[in-house]
Write a protein that binds this ligand. Structure first.
Ligand SMILES: Cc1cc2nc3c(=O)[nH]c(=O)nc-3n(C[C@H](O)[C@H](O)[C@H](O)COP(=O)(O)OP(=O)(O)OC[C@H]3O[C@@H](n4cnc5c(N)ncnc54)[C@H](O)[C@@H]3O)c2cc1C
Length: 578
């Protein structure tokens, strides 16, 4: 099959907060550079940044501080974050939020004195989550999208699915990316001097999940295949309150935002008992992992709502106030037959965010020269747990940094590199694999994967379950490879894309299960019922996995406490005493 070719200087994969910020910064930094933004969906309409509800963490209030935000991030991450990355996140968030308002055109909710309003989010010592009602992501992405569409200098390739990172012939750097143009069903190779991976992770391989349907861990799967190191792959964050509206609707699993618990929402089990006190003194305002485990334990004990979850109740806060403060959530629940303001809504823990991903530096560079990473594809900023509100801060902060760094890198690394044509051809061949097999039932396979990950690699884990999962995943992958799709028109062939999605999900699920087996303690989002203790914080390690010719290799790497050690705090005496 012929491959269309295109040359660009900077290629950005993904149009979420990370990709769009990178495009704007790259253009500002290098006006005469050829910049291409390629995305699996429609620009401004895909990805999870648009779905951000609660808001954006930033230390703006004089009573708050960057140090305090940093300590919340490190302690929330159970001392596993890369501290350099976490510090970059919290310190640059201040500048990025001002940029969002003053340059990009966002307008966030304000206090009566005109300062930005910060709402309460669980697991934080200050109410620092800046927001636009409870639909913050729409404000951010709409304004970013307008700015990017207004720049004809940024080439937009919509509905282009990245398939593989293609190295240079000498194997020392990246040479470009292979795509399938979803609309035409044709292959396109974009040769690039620098590439940003910003495809947004997205643990969509769980029975209940929140991320947008266009995400299937493609970026992380591509990086794995390219031999790049991945860290913290066991760290899948479950949001405690996914909507539970029955098995027949895609609304099941979608998130009801953290601010509901932050504002004082109660969780009740099927016996109408407010159960979180049985698990944690912070009740519903405990961190996401703790609340998810509390709900999961109630589910396992059978004390459930009709659809098998628990209830969230807001009515004691005043239905009128709830309807005003959480309009988006109230509307969403009403659409599914629930009255959030005045009644009870069924909820279930739902896979929400992926803390694992590519190993990277604070300037977004990776182990592969010319390849940069930002947003949910990157790892190390959050360690074992992402604080609500640190996700969109992460994607916009590091997307902007990548946009600044890539033009600078190009100055030091001129010219395109010679492409490894053999790898390129092999990847074209690999993508067409299902057309050579007898058509089969992809849906049953997907259902198997969703159940396996939920049951054995989910909210709680143990050795037997993880062994079962690793065997099960091998079988599912083998079945997938022998399951074909009808050899017809490739244009807008969504069955083909379902197949490709499943392949990325299977490959990354295997790494998640392996890393979960490797970590024999419990930290943040990763909880082993057979190893419930967190282990010694001072000798904390993170897992690192890479694909080698001999299979997956996993190691434990020591966390470097570059800013603060367990038992210490960065806060001044006044803050620490508070
Ligand atoms: C429902 C929901 C609510 C959330 N609420 C909050 C919140 O209140 N606060 C907070 O901080 N965080 C929140 N998050 C998390 C936050 O949305 C993400 O962490 C962040 O937006 C990720 O940004 P990103 O740019 O990395 O990825 P995304 O915004 O997800 O963008 C990924 C992009 O990559 C594209 N892509 C995917 N695969 C490919 C491929 N193969 N080829 C080309 N393009 C590809 C997608 O189409 C998309 O354009 C929420 C997430 C969800 C799902």
């Amino acid at each position: 099959m012929t491959i269309e070719r295109l040359r660009t200087d900077i290629l950005i994969l993904g149009s979420g907060g990370a990709g769009l910020f990178a495009a704007l910064h790259a253009q500002r930094a290098g006006q005469d550079l050829d910049i291409t933004l390629a995305t699996k969906g429609l620009l401004g309409k895909c990805g999870c940044t648009r779905m951000v509800q609660g808001g954006y963490n930033v230390a703006l209030n004089p009573g708050d501080s960057v140090e305090r935000h940093f300590m919340d991030t490190i302690e929330g991450g159970k001392w596993l974050p890369n501290q350099e990355l976490a510090w970059t996140l919290v310190s640059k968030a201040v500048e990025r939020v001002r940029e969002l308002e003053n340059e990009i055109g966002c307008f966030f909710d304000r206090n009566p004195d005109g300062t930005l309003h910060g709402k309460a989010f669980a697991g934080q010592t200050f109410d620092r989550t800046v927001h636009k009602g409870d639909l913050t992501g729409i404000e951010i992405i709409n304004r970013l999208m307008e700015q990017v569409w207004a720049r004809p200098g940024v080439r937009k390739l919509e509905e282009h699915r990245a398939l593989a990172l293609i190295p240079s012939r000498d194997g020392t750097a990246i040479a470009g990316v292979l795509f399938v143009d979803i609309r035409k069903g044709t292959f396109r190779f974009v040769e690039a001097r620098a590439v940003l991976l910003a495809t947004g992770g997205g643990p969509t391989m769980y029975r209940y999940h929140t991320p947008s349907g266009d995400k299937s861990m493609d970026g992380i799967a591509m990086a794995l295949r390219a031999g790049l190191p991945l860290r913290d792959m066991e760290m899948v964050q479950f949001h405690p309150t996914g909507l539970l509206a029955g098995p027949e609707t895609r609304m099941t699993g979608t998130v009801l935002e953290e601010g509901l618990r932050g504002a004082g929402g109660h969780l009740l089990n099927g016996d109408m008992h407010r159960f979180m006190g049985d698990y944690d003194p912070k009740l519903e305002r405990a961190t996401r992992d703790v609340v998810s485990r509390g709900i999961y334990a109630e589910m396992k004990a059978g004390r459930t709502s009709p659809n098998g979850g628990v209830y969230i109740k807001m009515s004691h806060l005043g239905p009128k106030d709830v309807a005003k403060k959480f309009k988006g959530m109230v509307d969403r629940c009403r659409d599914c037959g629930f009255d959030l303001a005045g009644g009870l809504v069924e909820v279930v823990p739902t896979a929400h965010y992926f803390m694992g991903g590519l190993v990277c530096n604070a300037d977004t560079s990776t182990a592969m020269p010319g390849l940069f990473v930002a947003g949910e594809d990157a790892s190390g900023m959050h360690g074992a747990n992402r604080l609500g509100g640190n996700g969109v801060a992460n994607s916009t902060v590091f997307g902007g940094i990548a946009g600044d760094m890539m033009p600078a890198w190009l100055v030091r690394n001129p010219g395109h590199r010679t492409v490894n044509e053999e790898v390129l051809q092999a990847e074209v061949d690999r993508a067409q694999h299902p057309f050579r097999k007898k058509p089969g039932d992809l849906n049953t396979l997907r259902e198997k994967l969703l159940d396996l990950m939920w049951e054995d690699v989910g909210v709680t884990r143990d050795e037997a379950g993880l062994d079962r999962a690793l065997t099960g995943l091998e079988n599912i992958e083998a079945e997938l490879l022998s399951t074909g799709i009808p050899d017809g028109d490739k244009a807008f062939n969504l069955t083909w894309h379902d197949w490709l999605n499943l392949r990325s999900q299977c490959e990354t699920s295997r790494v998640i299960a392996l890393a979960a087996k490797q970590r024999r303690n419990s930290r943040g989002a990763h909880f082993r019922t057979d190893y419930p203790e967190p282990g010694d914080l001072a000798t904390s390690c993170f897992t690192m996995v890479r694909q080698t010719a001999d299979g997956l290799k996993i190691t434990d790497e020591p966390v470097r406490f570059t800013h603060v050690k367990p038992g210490e705090t960065l806060l001044g005496v006044k803050d620490a005493a508070e």
